[in-house]
Design a protein around this ligand. Structure first.
Ligand code: FAD
Length: 456
């Protein structure tokens, strides 16, 4: 086997993978289209901060960086819901001390991984190098240097494509392996805004929460940053006659929209209209791929093979988990990477397909269900069932965010548990009306016939 490999894309997945590959004793060349984010202010790219949960944390611990990462995390204990009248209510994410998620800066987290990669002494990183294509027959990658404009060809033996949802490595791979990519655009896009710190540098709204202004067809969310600001994201239809990005073209329309739907939020961002005009309108899509690998020559992972919409806060967490799964497949087949890569797709694709579905479904939960009284009753009952029969029942959100149960298994369990919750709460308005004897029969009768629960 070769002991030199090439990674294209030094985002979260590439930077984590480079450490794992170095630990296998490989020497790694990693190419990244953008400048070095540790020395150049390049903006965070797609989202300034992210929710980090158990799957991501376990992977970060595995590569030995969690003690540093912990210093840049802000815990978010639950969803803080802002209704149309400005009233707020807190919905805790779970009932156990470890059941919270964390806000983390994308730049700071990736920088820690890049430092750790370089500290192995086996990873050299080439910034400003945009991959333009792969020649599998000739064994070369084509790059353009974004500072000089020079084109070059770089020989490779094995490529790891972690170059994001528009991956050129994936495109080249699918041409030679006959695989397929399905990119399913969402009708909604997003725009990020910054809520400034208050005059003393503190947070203007509750710090340790993920804030949501759910308005059914659109919503605003806000995650805290270490410096007292919040990164706010508006999710809104791309097109449509009213309440769409297409429709919000003038300062007056923007301010009118925010004052009408987010009256408590609008005054907290004095330069709202300017930010709205200046900041890009991002598009969202689910990426599903078949054919993740070409023999032992190339494999794609992270958003390049399985991009999800951000409504479950899992894209990066899933990408990190994929790195660990791929590393395991390679370690189990050290002399046969073709088998390792094929096994990786076979084992992992059902899970990444499942989180893709659950991420789309979670939009409805975040933007509408959280203010629905029956949803809140079901949620309260779910938490109680988890409390009473923790071995049998775990709320879906907790299975995704605070466990490492494979996503496909989570999806299967969630369907069965959903049926239990529907039946137990049918026609009820209060948790005191629940028939707990029937509840026990139903919950104990749940047969998952599968992996045991694993707490965070
Ligand atoms: C608005 C929004 C909010 C999100 N929130 C969350 C969240 O809360 N939690 C979560 O877990 N996930 C979240 N995600 C998803 C998360 O951002 C992605 O899943 C994650 O970044 C995937 O990592 P990656 O390394 O696979 O891809 P990317 O982050 O896209 O990294 C790819 C890297 O490759 C580089 N690259 C691209 N093309 C080339 C090329 N041709 N040549 C060389 N280099 C190239 C890029 O510059 C980049 O550095 C969110 C996404 C969005 C859009």
């Amino acid at each position: 086997m070769t002991n030199h490999v090439t990674i294209v894309g030094a985002g979260p997945a590439g930077s984590m993978l480079s450490i794992l590959l170095a630990r296998q004793g490989l020497s790694v060349s990693m190419y990244e289209s953008r400048p070095d984010m540790r020395t150049t202010d390049i903006g965070a790219g797609r989202s300034i901060n992210l929710a980090l949960a158990t799957r991501g944390i376990e992977a970060l611990a595995e590569v030995g960086v969690m003690s540093e990462v912990e210093r840049i995390l802000i815990p978010m204990m639950g969803r803080l819901i802002h209704d149309e009248t400005g009233r707020t209510s807190m919905q805790p994410y779970g009932s156990r001390p470890h059941e919270y998620i964390n806000s983390v800066s994308r730049t700071a987290l990736t920088s820690i991984l890049l430092d750790a990669a370089e500290a192995t002494g086996q990873v050299d990183i080439h910034f400003d190098m945009r991959c333009r294509g792969v020649d599998f027959d000739g064994g070369t990658l084509r790059f353009i240097d974004s500072t000089s404009g020079d084109e070059s060809r770089v020989p490779f033996t094995t490529i790891f494509g972690t170059d994001g949802s528009a991956s050129p490595v994936r495109e080249a791979l699918l041409e030679v392996n006959g695989g397929n990519v399905d990119i399913e655009p969402l009708t909604h896009g997003y725009k990020e805004l910054t809520m400034p710190a208050d005059s003393k540098g503190g947070f203007q709204i509750e710090k340790e929460a993920l804030h949501i202004w759910p308005r059914r067809d659109f919503m605003l969310i806000a995650l805290p940053d270490l410096v007292g600001t919040f990164t706010v994201t508006l999710f809104l239809a791309n097109e449509g006659p009213i309440d769409s990005f297409e429709h919000l073209t003038s300062d007056g329309e923007v301010l009118g929209f925010f004052e009408k739907h987010f009256a408590d939020f609008a005054p907290l961002v004095p330069d709202l209209a300017n930010q709205f005009t200046d900041h890009p309108h991002g598009r969202l899509a689910t990426v599903r791929t078949t054919g993740w690998a070409h023999a032992d020559r190339a494999v794609v992972l992270g958003d390049a093979s399985h991009g999800v919409v951000p409504f479950h806060g899992q894209g990066m967490n899933a990408a990190f988990e994929s790195c660990i799964v791929l590393d395991g497949c390679m370690r189990n087949n050290p002399n046969d990477w073709a088998t390792a890569f094929a096994k990786f797709e076979q084992d992992r694709k059902p899970d990444t397909d499942a989180i893709a579905d659950m991420a789309v479904a979670n939009y409805v939960e975040m933007s509408s269900s959280v203010v629905d009284e029956h949803y809140q009753l079901k949620r309260a009952v779910a938490l109680e069932l988890d409390h009473l029969w923790p071995e049998q029942f775990t709320p879906r959100y907790a299975m995704v965010m605070f466990n490492t149960i494979p996503y496909a298994e989570v999806q299967r369990r969630a369907i069965l548990q959903g049926e239990v919750l529907d039946r137990l709460t049918e026609g009820l308005t209060d948790i005191d009306e629940v028939d707990w004897v029937t509840a026990e029969e139903m919950v104990v009768g749940l047969d998952f016939n599968q992996v045991s629960k694993k707490g965070a």
